[in-house]
Design a protein around this ligand. Structure first.
Ligand code: NDP
Length: 267
């Protein structure tokens, strides 16, 4: 059955491709992006072109998960247009790279804000509608890194994803009684088709870039080498998007609670 879906962070990578895969599956999809009138204007145009080319219902909506007003306005406009909202895909996120002694509390707060608190802003806007419908689905794009570990210099990002994952697990139990389903998508490291990893070579705060360069020269290369050890070259986020869309299409009751997507798995 066709659903009304919003995907956060849909200007690139997993979000952009999931929005397209879901639209191709016959759903009405709102690709949530921040700065649609500025930096992401080309992504808005690309989504419109995709919709035209494939004859699918893919729309874009301004949605910056770092602001409650933005989340409220985005969800409000979708419900005003469609009369309902069925699925929220919590995908927006980013990482930052730095050694343990250098991350400031402000930098950690910023990572938690985008990766975990941002989803909560969208929940605050969307859940009243899903609860009133007594039907809906939250899809959380978590990460295999929530268990911590490699590559190094990413601990605050891993911790922020772990916070998001924990919210997903606890809310699932709370929301099931209102007919709201939960699926947690858990990708390993996929380095192709995403802007995720170039960001990892960037210090958490541009202002301290020079200091990092001086003190931690080659740190980004080190992470790159570690990544190459744990993920096959060219592992493409398209695989994550296809799997996410497949799971959303399953009937309630048949949807897995947690879906691990391994870049090394050819299946
Ligand atoms: P990308 O960097 O390609 O995509 C991240 C998306 O999040 C972009 O659309 C970006 O928008 C958006 N975003 C960042 N901040 C905000 C914000 N404040 N409001 C709205 N959107 C925002 O990376 P991926 O597609 O690879 O990652 C998507 C998700 O998957 C992330 O949550 C990531 O943690 C997770 N993940 C990725 C893995 C991978 O291997 N690629 C592995 C495990 C998890 P903009 O373009 O405007 O910056």
């Amino acid at each position: 059955m066709s659903k009304i879906i919003v995907v956060t962070g849909a200007s690139s990578g997993i979000g952009a491709l999931s929005a397209r895969a879901l639209a191709r599956a016959g759903h009405t999809v709102y690709a949530g992006m921040r700065d649609t009138g500025g930096r992401n204007a080309p992504q808005v145009e690309a989504a419109a072109e995709f919709a035209k080319e494939h004859g699918v219902d893919l729309r874009t909506v301004e949605l910056d998960v770092s602001g409650q007003d933005s989340a409220d306005a985005a969800i409000g406009s979708i419900v005003a247009e469609q009369g309902r909202l069925d699925v929220v895909v919590h995908n927006a996120g980013h990482m930052a790279l730095g050694p343990a002694e250098a991350f400031t509390p402000e930098q950690l707060a910023e990572l938690y804000d985008t990766n975990a608190i941002g989803a909560q802003r969208v929940n605050r806007a969307a859940l009243p509608h899903l609860r009133a419908q007594r039907d809906g689905l939250l899809v959380w794009v978590s990460s295999s890194s929530v268990r911590g570990g490699t590559p190094p210099y990413l601990a605050p990002y891993f911790a922020a994803k772990a916070a998001m994952d924990s919210l997903a697990v606890s809310y699932a139990a709370e929301l099931a009684r209102f007919g709201i389903d939960t699926t947690i998508v858990v990708p390993g490291a996929f380095t192709a088709g995403t802007n995720h990893f170039p960001h990892a070579g960037r210090p958490a705060d541009q202002a301290v870039e020079a200091a990092y360069e001086e003190r931690y020269a080659g740190l980004g290369d080190h992470v790159g080498r570690k990544l190459a050890e744990i993920t096959p070259p060219g592992a493409d986020v398209a695989k994550v998007a296809e799997e996410l869309a497949r799971v959303v299409g399953l009937p309630k009751g048949e949807r897995p609670f947690r879906v691990h997507i391994d870049p090394a798995d050819d299946g």
